[in-house]
Design a protein around this ligand. Structure first.
Ligand code: TYM
Length: 327
């Protein structure tokens, strides 16, 4: 069975960008592939979170992953730091990665701008650890949003280099994108992200979401209720594309063009449809929260299985690169 691997950082709560860009594919692909899904807490250290906040976020993000439909009976769900082989392999790969390749990474530049007071080396070598995450499980496919494409190109490059130097060892991992690989934020200007504070949280209530939607950008031509609009340029209409039925979309588009439908009503309709997705996820999440012992054992079982696979890969890697194993 071919394998998939993917990860999510425990930095704040999951949002609908994570859900539409990655999680829907995790849920779909777990049926056809042997799946490894990780809460990548070591990656989150690059932002120096408060220790307790980090542990809490690991728990909440794991809950979000499971509540979205990832089935721990099918997929291996684990916390990255529970499998020390990730950092061991990352070091081996660091020694194969030219500085120039990392210098080109746009996420490093973006993140450095967002935390200019803490441009640490981990931020720079972040994609190397990500490559280790993937190839430790010899994954063939990686379901991620568009923002991870450049990291995946680097991962493939690293695999080619490793295989060339040490002999064929790893498959080249391919990106699997969803139908919504780049969900825009509520500001309509940049992609939805935890750090830009422009997100619709997956656990938000309907009222919380409506509150945010009220302030969200729409077609700038619709200053007054009577102004006619162009749905194609409206960020809210793009969300309708993900959450509303075809006939609802046609109704919204016609109403917007003719000014029969106001932006607030358009947002209310979206909010209700969003709730159809978020409501059941929120319910499953609160049930998981009420049984913390179960979550611990799911993550422990996942870690045990991941460690076994990771160790198989590392035995091979150590032998190939010449790491000392006694005489
Ligand atoms: P992270 O935690 O930022 O995001 C998790 C997943 O959600 C996707 N995503 C989006 N998709 C569409 N629109 C958006 N606005 C949006 N925002 C986020 C991301 O593309 C990602 O798939 N470096 C990774 C985590 C990682 C990883 C890995 C991923 C670490 N190791 C190994 C795959 C394989 C990250 O920061 O994702």
């Amino acid at each position: 069975m071919a394998r998939i691997m993917s990860g999510v950082q425990p930095t704040g709560n999951l949002h609908i960008g994570n859900y539409l860009g990655a999680l829907v594919n995790w849920v779909r692909l777990q049926e056809q592939y042997e799946a490894y899904f990780s809460i990548v807490d070591l990656h989150a250290l690059t932002q120096r979170p408060e220790p307790e906040a980090l542990r809490r976020a690991v728990r909440e993000v794991a809950i979000g992953v499971l509540a979205s439909g990832v089935d721990p009976e099918r997929a291996t769900v684990f916390v990255q730091s529970s499998v020390p082989q990730h950092t061991e392999l990352a070091w081996v790969l660091t020694c194969l990665t030219p500085l120039g390749d990392l210098n080109r990474m746009t996420q490093f530049k973006d993140q450095s701008q967002q935390q200019p007071e803490n441009v640490n080396t981990g931020l720079f070598t972040y994609p190397v650890l990500q490559t280790a995450d993937i190839i430790l499980y010899r994954a063939d496919r990686v379901p991620v949003g568009e923002d991870q494409e450049q990291h995946l190109e680097l991962a493939r490059e690293t695999v080619r280099r490793f295989n060339h130097i040490y002999g064929d060892t790893f498959p080249e991992p391919q990106v699997v994108k969803s139908a919504a690989p780049r969900v825009m934020g509520l500001d309509g200007e940049s992609k939805m992200s935890k750090s830009r504070n422009n997100e619709i949280g997956l656990f938000e209530t309907e009222a919380e979401t409506m509150q945010k939607l009220r302030g969200a950008k729409t077609d700038p031509a619709r200053l007054r209720r009577t102004d006619k609009g162009t749905p194609e340029v409206c960020n809210i209409f793009s969300y309708h594309g993900f959450f509303s039925t075809e006939s609802q979309r046609a109704e919204v588009a016609a109403g917007c063009r003719s000014a029969q439908l106001g932006c607030v009503d358009c947002k209310k309709m979206l909010c209700q449809n969003l709730e159809q997705v978020k409501g059941p996820i929120r319910e499953r999440a609160s049930e998981l929260r009420s049984r913390p012992g179960d979550l611990d054992s799911i993550l422990e079982r996942g870690a045990q299985k991941a460690r076994i696979e990771a160790e198989k890969t590392m035995e091979l890697v150590r032998e190939r690169v010449g790491i000392w194993s006694g005489s």
